[in-house]
Design a protein around this ligand. Structure first.
Ligand code: AHG
Ligand code: MN
Ligand code: MN
Length: 334
């Protein structure tokens, strides 16, 4: 007999079906894609939670297109996501941080293109700090009778039809949007089931935390330095300065900002004049989610992230996202 507490919970499966039924003309292909991503999330979560034992930690010896040392868990997560996304036949192309070029799947007639950061926060893997997976879903541009090509990969942020991330933390959390608000699911590892923990997430209008790698502050613009200085001043009402919170995994810093309010920044710096985070599979999906929750996301020119043109699949961008009040205070200084 299912205990009373479970009886009231909604599974991801039920939620997806409900969402599909509300979507006129839905064919179930996007629903299947979201299910496949959830399956990969469970497999990766299981591996992350025992990584110390199965010696999957550490470097695998290669470097990726970004020139970054690749960790074994990056490769494992990339493989699991690629297998999962190829199951349904609905995905014709995958763009991944871990692959130099877009990868065509066996399903050349598939309806969707997925861009992903299979494991975000790699520098935190070996020290047991939260990491995650970020994904973005587009409808293909080319006709389904022909092979997908680069025009299917280089789409606009506003073309996303779904976006989300998985956070492998004290619990495994799946956050996603299909453009109808942001929903949060928490994995019950005992049952292997994601349960709805929050629907229609709204970011607080203001939050008392700013988040950036302050080690780079001297390489940042005057506006960012000015903003951080203001955050450190005691607030006129509370008499306290803002909190600085920085985990170093975008998924964790964005999730905290989404729930508690505040601002997350990865500014352009003198060392990284175009910023560090990748536009297609880190900035676009996170901007879509934050906007769907009532927040804002811009680059250093105060251009809405979703409107920043994408010209290369691993293109980097500065990003500032968060609560409207925090964002307006910052952008007034640009
Ligand atoms: P990834 O592990 O996919 O390369 O992403 C790491 C990113 C992002 O998660 C985080 O916000 C940022 O790197 C942290 O960079 P710094 O260590 O330079 O602060
Ligand atoms: Mn990342
Ligand atoms: Mn990554």
């Amino acid at each position: 007999m299912v205990s009373a507490s479970y009886a009231r919970l909604i599974t991801l499966e039920e939620f997806i079906i409900q969402g599909q039924n509300n979507f006129k003309g839905a064919t179930g292909e996007l629903s299947q894609l979201l299910r496949d991503i959830a399956l990969a999330a469970k497999i990766i979560s299981n591996e992350v939670n025992k990584a110390g034992i199965t010696n999957i930690l550490g470097l695998d010896g290669s470097t990726n297109v970004q020139g970054e040392m690749v960790k074994r868990l990056d490769i494992f997560s990339n493989d699991q996501m690629r297998h999962a996304l190829s199951r349904s036949g609905n995905v014709c192309m995958i763009i991944s941080e871990e692959n130099d070029e877009p990868v065509r799947t066996r399903s050349s007639q598939g309806k969707y293109v997925v861009a992903m950061d299979p494991l975000d926060g790699s520098s935190n893997i070996d020290v047991n700090v939260s990491i995650g997976t970020i994904f973005s879903v587009f409808s293909r541009k080319t006709d389904r009778t022909q092979a997908p090509d680069i025009t299917d990969a280089l789409q606009a942020g506003t073309d996303q039809i779904a976006a989300g991330f998985v956070l492998y933390g004290s619990s495994t959390t799946l956050v996603y949007t299909t453009g109808m608000g942001v929903s949060v699911f928490t994995l019950d590892p005992g049952l292997g089931e994601f349960f709805l923990s929050e629907r229609s997430v709204r970011i607080p209008a203001f939050g008392p935390a700013y988040s950036l790698n302050e080690g780079h502050i001297n390489q940042c613009s005057r506006a960012v330095q000015q903003y951080v200085k203001q955050c450190r001043q005691p607030d006129k009402i509370s008499g306290r300065p803002q909190q600085c919170r920085y985990i170093g995994s975008m998924v964790s810093d964005v999730y905290r900002t989404l729930l508690n309010g505040g601002i997350f920044m990865y500014p352009e710096t003198t060392a990284l004049p175009k910023g560090k985070l990748r536009l297609l599979y880190e900035c676009y999906p996170m901007a879509f989610i934050v906007e769907q929750a009532g927040g804002k996301a811009v680059d250093c020119r105060n251009t809405r992230i979703l409107d920043v043109p994408l010209t290369q699949i691993h293109q980097r961008s500065s990003i500032y996202l968060g609560s409207p009040t925090n964002m307006d205070t910052l952008t007034a200084l640009f």
